[in-house]
Design a protein around this ligand. Structure first.
Ligand code: URA
Length: 233
């Protein structure tokens, strides 16, 4: 007898596997040698089927894995260049993002666009996403179980994009990526590491809208990035 949680987890894993195969062009299971060989390899050596953002998106599907599914209008998967050298990670969708299914399209998003312009890039050169993909009701903070459920998808997006740099916008992005409880005010101002990718923690644009005096710190963080960033490649 298996417990309910293990049963649900097993079903979700089977679902993930089938979605993954479907996203990679498989339309059925002919039990010929070729198919069986592929399936055998898939189980043992997942990297022989490299993921794409599209296959991760397909795997996410109409996600019902956490309670945020109940009230969201749109899943906000992420947007931008799939080969971006720079990825911006925010907290989670707000009202406008939930309405449109796109990250950072409200007031904080407009400020983020200005920050991206100021570092001589554009939204279509970078990739923009969030720690969680569904809006928490009333824009409350994401809860630990929601982050735990959603973060693996972001990790897969990051390892597919393979950026050189990540800008972690605000407390939740910085603390989740870096696995720390250190406040953003003490994390910012220097590079950190996430799986070999340089992370620049900085204040969230929504916080800047409420505390414009902190824009100077964000500009210092952006200058630190610009000194290293290779614009030509
Ligand atoms: N705030 C975030 O953290 N992410 C968005 O996409 C919008 C606002």
């Amino acid at each position: 007898m298996i417990d309910k949680q293990t049963f649900i987890q097993t079903i979700l894993e089977i679902d993930n596997s089938l979605r993954f195969l479907a996203a990679n062009g498989y339309r059925g299971f002919a039990c010929n040698g070729h198919s069986l060989e592929k399936l055998e390899k898939w189980g043992k050596k997942r990297e022989s089927f490299p993921e794409t953002l599209a296959s991760i998106h397909a795997d996410l599907g109409d996600c019902q894995r956490c309670k945020l599914a109940r009230e969201r209008n749109h899943i906000v998967f992420g947007d931008g260049n799939p080969k971006a050298k720079l990825v911006f990670i925010g907290e989670g969708p707000g009202f406008e993002e939930d309405r449109k299914g796109q990250p950072f399209v409200g007031a904080a998003g407009q400020l983020l666009t200005r920050i991206i312009d100021a570092i001589k890039l554009s939204r279509d050169l970078v990739y923009i996403c969030n720690i969680i993909k569904c809006r928490p009701p009333g824009n409350r903070n994401p809860e630990p179980d929601e982050i735990k459920t959603c973060f693996p998808f972001l990790e897969r997006q990051i390892s597919t994009i393979q950026p050189d740099y990540i800008i972690a916008l605000g407390t939740f992005a910085a603390q989740t990526l870096l696995g720390t409880a250190t406040p953003i005010s003490r994390l910012r101002g220097r590079f950190h590491d996430y799986k070999g990718i340089k992370v620049v923690p900085t204040y969230h644009p929504a916080y800047l809208l409420r505390n414009p005096d902190k824009k100077r710190d964000v500009w210092e963080d952006m200058k630190m990035l610009m000194k290293e960033y290779h614009y030509e490649d």
